[in-house]
Structures are given as C-alpha cells and as structure tokens.
Design a protein. Structure first.
Lengths: 144, 144
C-alpha cells in the first residue's frame, strides 16, 4: 500500500488527492510550492510509471502549474522532478517572482525554509483547495 | 520562425530534432546533460503549449530520460523546466551519479561548466545520436 515518504510528510501539508497524485504544500512561506506525488509503489523516475500514469502526471502537472501561475500572478513556474535526496517520485511546482529569496536561481539549497504560521497555512490550504478543486478534480483527504 | 535562444545556442551542441523538439547537449563535461526545446514561438511555460504539444513534449522527455538512465547507467535523472534566466521554454535532463560534482544537490549554480574537448564532444554527439535515433525519432540537423 502506498505510503508517503517520511521526509515529504514532515516537510509538507496535504491539500488532497487526485485519482493519481497526492497534492502537497511545502511548508516554506518564502515560495508558493506544491508537490505532486503519484500514489504508486516503488517509483523513483517519472518514466517508470505506466504510460497512462505518465500522461496523467504531466497533464495534472501542467494544470497545476497553470493554476498556480494565474492564482499567484507569478513571474515564472519552476517544474522539476529531481529526487536525489528523497527517492519516492515527486514533482515540484514552485511559483517564482523577480523579488523572491532565490531569484533568478533555483530554490533548492538557498537559505532555510520559513515555516508557515498556523493561521496562514490554514487560510492558504483552504484557498488552494478551492483553486485546485476544478482543474485537478482534487478531493480533500485526511492526512495519512 | 523559430530561432534558438542565443544563450542556449552558445552553451550547447545540437544533436538533432524530433518533430517537436530541438535536442541539445549542454557543453559541460561534468554531467551528461540534454535539453529539449520545443520549436514553437514565444512559449516560456510548458503549459502554454497546445495540449497536443504538451503531450508530445512530456512523452519525448520521458523517453529521453529513460534512454539516458540506461545508456549512462545513471543513479538518477533530474528533469526540470525552470527558465528563470532564459525565457525560451527548455527542459533539462541531467544524468546524475552519487559521485558527481553536485550530488545530492541540483546542478545549477554549482561550480563552473567544464567545456568538452573537441574529440570528446565529437564522439559523444555521435554516440548520443545513435542512442536517441529510435526512441525520439531523432533526425540530425545542421546547427542553425
């Protein structure tokens, strides 16, 4: 049975699930940063998914990126499947701004995450669930 | 008419083209690093492509990643569409190794590129064109 990697679980909040992906919000208030994790066993590389799952992953990734760019009025969306440190396949989607803490470099390894305050994360998860419900057919899931 | 961004052109060698993408080899001998550039005008984000082009981009990206992992016996493939510095849409594919110069971090901003020697890049481009001909339906193009 699929289980979210422990490090991903510790660093994120669960927004919900699509029919393929767990949708996570990274606990770093510096950047709007969402992660898709296909709920499949023992997959590290996106090309290890079935062709159908690959198609769905990238379709949802594109919809997520488009929704984030519009909602946050971002200057750029960064999309990446790296996985050097956490083997479980996960795809980053980060809304970037010309004035953000890492621009124009990538966000990884720059400074330290700034955890959200409780009220802020409650408001943001509520907002993002509403924004993503339609484009991703997102259903809210209990955190497991 | 599509024209490759000047910075991408300066930093890479052209391996060829698919029916959608220009296929480039980054001139950095530290990492096997290939780039797909959809030959479309004024596109910065992958989700700005038509749905058909999005599907083809990711299908070719997955095939490229799989071919690179097998050919280089890589520990991990990093796939990323960042584009903070070069606006023209381009998708990085980097074969990563536990002993490489940036592991386990991402490659961007780490040290300086080590240009290939002429004989090495001639051999590698020949080899990669052969490896990618079938999975990507790659045709060799003159560098333009």
């Amino acid at each position: 049975m699929f289980e979210l990697d422990g490090r991903l679980a510790a660093d994120t909040f669960v927004l919900g699930s699509t029919s393929l992906n767990r949708v996570l919000l990274m606990n770093d208030a510096r950047f709007p940063w969402l992660i898709l994790v296909p709920e499949r066993l023992d997959v590290s590389e996106p090309f290890e998914l079935s062709e159908a799952d690959q198609g769905q992953l990238w379709q949802e990734s594109m919809r997520l990126g488009g929704a984030m760019k519009a909602h946050f009025a971002a200057d750029k969306i960064n999309v990446a499947a790296l996985g050097n440190q956490v083997a479980q396949l996960h795809v980053h989607h980060i809304a970037r701004f010309h004035a953000d803490a890492a621009w124009p470099g990538p966000v990884w390894g720059v400074g330290s995450a700034v955890p959200y305050e409780a009220a802020a994360v409650e408001a943001l998860t509520h907002e993002l669930r509403s924004v993503l419900r339609q484009p991703l057919s997102l259903t809210e899931a209990a955190q497991h």
